[in-house]
Design a binder for this molecule. Structure first.
Ligand SMILES: Nc1ncnc2c1ncn2[C@@H]1O[C@H](COP(=O)(O)OP(=O)(O)OP(=O)(O)O)[C@@H](O)[C@H]1O
Ligand SMILES: [Mg+2]
Length: 580
C-alpha cells in the first residue's frame, strides 16, 4: 500500500488532467451503452412497427453518437498518454539526478547496464501501466457496469444467470494473475541483465576481438536472451490463457440465452428488440471484461517496475555533506592524513592502514608502491570520493568531512589513471571543470588555447577536422591515448586548482608521446601542491618527498637518493620499474 501512496505523489501534479480523462472515459462508457439501447429502438419501434420517421431519426443520431464517442476517446487517450509520459519524464529526471548524487561506491556495486535498464526499460513498462490501467478500470469497468444495468433492466432473470456465470469465469483469471506477478518481476530483472551484457559487449568489444572471444560473448548473451525469452513466454502463456477460458465459459451463457430467450421471443413473452439489445449488451460486455482480465497483469508489471525504480531511489549516498557544513577557506598551510584506515564496503579488507601524511603548500609528494598497494585509494580520499573508515583528513586543521563538496573539490584538480572524457567537443571537455553553469560562455578561446598549449595539446587539436569543435567520441575513442591524457591535463590546467592529485597512467606511451605528456604534467604541477601516484621516474625525481606504500601501509618515506641508500622496497621497485 505504501508503494501506491508513494506513487500517488508523482500523479498529484496531473490530478486535474486525470479527472478530465476520467470524465471522458465515463462519456465513452455511456455512449457505448447508448448504442445498445438504440438496437432495441430500431428493432421494436422502427422495423417491427414499420415507422419510417423514426428510422430517419435513428439514422441521424447514430453518426452523432459515434462522433461524440470518437471525440471523447481521443481526449481520453491523449490525456492518459500525456499524464503517463509526464510522470515518467519526471521520474526519469529524478532517477538521473539521484544517480548523479550517488556515491562512487554505488557505481562499483552496480553495473552500468543494470542501472540503465531501470531508467529505460522499467520506466517504459511503468508508463504503459499508467496509460492503460485507468482506462481499463474506469472506462471498461464503467462500460461493464452500464451494460449489466442494461441487461438487468431488460430481463433480470437472464441477467442474474449471466451474472452467476461471470465469477466462475473469473476464477482462472485470478489464479493466473498471481503467477504473472511473480514472472513479471523476473522479466524486469532479466531485462536488466541483458542491458548489462549489451553494455559490456559494446565497451569491451576491443578486448573481445583481441582475445577472439566473440563466440563466447555471443553465447553468454544468447543464454541471457533465452532466459529472458523463457520467462517472457511463461508470462505470455498465463496472459493469453485468460481470454479463451472466459470465451469458453461465455459460450455456455450465449447458448443458454439463445435457447431459452429465443423461445420467450417466439412465445411473445419477450420483445424482439429487447432480446437483441440483451444479446448485444452481453456481447459488448465481453470485450471490456476480457480486457479487464489483463488489468491485473498490467498492474503487476507496473508494480514490479515501480518497486525497482523506488529501490534505486532509496539508495542513500554514503558520502554526504553535513547539515552544518561550511566553505573551506583557500588552502594555505597543511594537508594532513591522520591515522587513516580504509576498507571498501564490498569486501571489508583493510586497504589502507594507519596512514599518517603531511603535505605542505607547494610540495610535490610522490606515492609509489606495488600494484594494488592502495595508492589510487589513498589519493581518492582527499576529494572525498570515499571517506576513511577510521581517522580523518584535515586541510588547514579542518576535517574535510565538515566542509561543502564544492569548496573542497573546487580546490582540487584531478588527473586520473584512466583518462575520462565525454562524448562531446574538445572545447566542452576542456572547459568541463572551469565553468559554473555548464555553458562555455565564461571561457574564451584564448584561455582554452593557452591551457591546451601548456598541455602540449594545441597542435594536435588544431589538426582535428573541426579543431576545438571536434567531437571526440565516447570516452574520447577518436583520440590516441597520449592525446587523451594531454586533454585531461589541459582540463586540469584550465581549472587551475591549488591542490592537484594525479594518478599517472600505468600504460606507457611511445617515447615521443611520452615526452609530450611528461612535459605537460611537469607544467601542470608547477606552483601547486601535488599528491602524485608516480609511475614515471621523471616525476619521482621531481618530487620533494616519496612515500612508499605496501599493502596499505607507508613503509618508507624520503627523497629519491636517501631511499635508494636504504636498500629497501623502494630500491627494488626502482630497479625493476624505473631504471629501464
Ligand atoms: N571499488 C573497490 N571495491 C573493492 N576493492 C577495491 C576497489 N577498488 C580497489 N580495490 C582494492 O583495493 C586495493 C588497492 O587498490 P588501488 O586501486 O588503490 O591500488 P593501486 O595501488 O592504485 O594499484 P595500481 O598501481 O595498480 O593502480 C586493491 O587490492 C584492489 O583490489
Ligand atoms: Mg592505481
Amino acid at each position: 500500500m505504501n508503494l501506491y501512496k508513494r506513487f500517488s505523489q508523482y500523479l498529484k501534479p496531473y490530478l486535474p488532467r486525470f479527472i478530465q480523462a476520467g470524465l471522458a472515459m465515463m462519456a465513452v462508457a455511456l455512449l457505448t451503452t447508448a448504442t445498445i439501447w438504440l438496437i432495441r429502438t430500431v428493432v421494436d419501434q422502427v422495423l417491427i412497427a414499420k415507422n419510417l420517421n423514426k428510422l430517419f431519426f435513428v439514422a441521424a443520431i447514430i453518426p452523432l453518437i459515434y462522433l461524440a464517442k470518437g471525440i471523447f476517446s481521443y481526449i481520453q487517450n491523449y490525456l492518459m498518454n500525456y499524464i503517463s509520459h509526464s510522470v515518467i519524464r519526471d521520474m526519469r529526471s529524478e532517477l538521473y539526478s539521484h544517480l548523479q548524487n550517488c556515491s562512487l561506491d554505488f557505481f562499483h556495486q552496480n553495473s552500468t547496464g543494470q542501472l540503465m535498464s531501470r531508467l529505460t526499460h522499467d520506466t517504459t513498462t511503468l508508463q504503459s501501466s499508467i496509460a492503460y490501467v485507468p482506462v481499463q478500470v474506469i472506462r471498461d469497468g464503467l462500460t461493464v457496469l452500464c451494460l449489466l444495468f442494461t441487461i438487468l433492466y431488460l430481463n433480470w432473470k437472464f441477467a442474474l444467470i449471466t451474472l452467476f456465470l461471470l465469477p466462475i469465469a473469473m476464477i482462472p483469471v485470478a489464479v493466473l494473475g498471481s503467477k504473472m506477478r511473480k514472472t513479471g518481476r523476473l522479466i524486469q530483472k532479466r531485462m536488466a541483465d541483458i542491458f548489462m551484457l549489451i553494455q559490456e559487449g559494446i565497451t569491451g568489444n576491443c578486448v573481445t576481438k583481441v582475445f577472439s572471444k566473440e563466440k563466447n560473448e555471443i553465447e553468454r548473451f544468447n543464454k541471457e536472451n533465452q532466459d529472458y525469452y523463457a520467462s517472457l513466454m511463461r508470462w505470455v502463456r498465463a496472459d493469453v490463457l485468460g481470454a479463451p477460458i472466459m470465451e469458453f465459459v461465455g459460450s455456455f451463457a450465449a447458448v443458454f440465452l439463445l435457447w431459452v430467450g429465443g423461445k420467450d421471443v417466439i412465445n411473445g413473452a419477450w420483445s424482439t428488440g429487447s432480446f437483441f439489445s440483451f444479446l448485444g449488451a452481453s456481447i459488448s460486455a465481453y470485450k471490456p471484461i476480457k480486457e479487464f482480465t489483463g488489468v491485473n497483469a498490467r498492474i503487476q508489471q507496473g508494480l514490479a517496475a515501480l518497486e525497482r525504480i523506488f529501490e534505486l531511489l532509496d539508495q542513500k549516498p554514503t558520502i554526504i555533506e553535513k547539515k552544518d557544513c561550511f566553505n573551506l577557506p583557500p588552502f594555505n598551510q597543511l594537508i594532513q592524513y591522520k591515522n587513516v584506515n580504509f576498507s571498501y564496503e564490498t569486501n571489508g579488507r583493510a586497504i589502507l592502514k594507519n596512514i599518517a601524511l603531511d603535505v605542505r603548500p607547494g610540495e610535490i609528494v610522490a606515492i609509489v608502491g606495488p600494484s594494488g598497494a592502495g595508492k589510487t585509494t589513498l589519493i581518492q580520499l582527499l576529494p572525498r570520493l570515499f571517506d576513511p573508515t577510521q581517522g580523518s583528513i584535515l586541510i588547514d586543521g579542518t576535517d574535510i568531512k565538515n566542509v561543502t563538496f564544492k569548496s573542497l573539490r573546487g580546490q582540487i584538480g584531478m588527473v586520473t589513471q584512466d583518462t575520462i572524457l565525454f562524448n562531446e567537443t574538445v572545447r566542452y571537455n576542456l572547459a568541463y571543470g572551469s565553468n559554473e553553469d555548464g555553458n562555455l560562455g565564461s571561457i574564451n578561446l584564448a584561455q582554452l588555447e593557452e591551457a591546451a598549449s601548456i598541455a602540449n595539446a594545441h597542435p594536435f587539436i588544431q589538426d582535428l577536422p573541426q579543431g576545438y569543435d571536434t567531437q571526440i567520441g565516447e570516452k574520447g575513442v577518436r583520440l590516441s591515448g597520449g592525446q587523451r591524457q594531454r586533454l585531461a591535463i589541459a582540463r586540469a590546467i584550465l581549472k587551475n586548482p591549488p591542490i592537484l592529485i594525479l594518478d599517472e597512467a600505468t600504460s606507457s606511451l611511445d617515447s615521443e608521446s611520452e615526452k609530450l605528456v611528461q612535459e605537460a604534467l611537469e607544467r601542470l604541477m608547477k606552483h601547486r601542491t601535488v599528491l602524485v601516484v608516480a609511475h614515471r621516474l621523471s616525476t619521482i625525481r621531481k618530487a620533494d618527498r616519496i612515500i612508499v606504500l605496501e599493502n596499505g601501509e607507508i613503509i618508507e618515506e624520503g627523497r629519491h637518493e636517501t631511499l635508494l641508500e636504504k636498500n629497501g622496497l623502494y630500491k627494488k621497485l626502482y630497479e625493476t620499474q624505473y631504471s629501464s
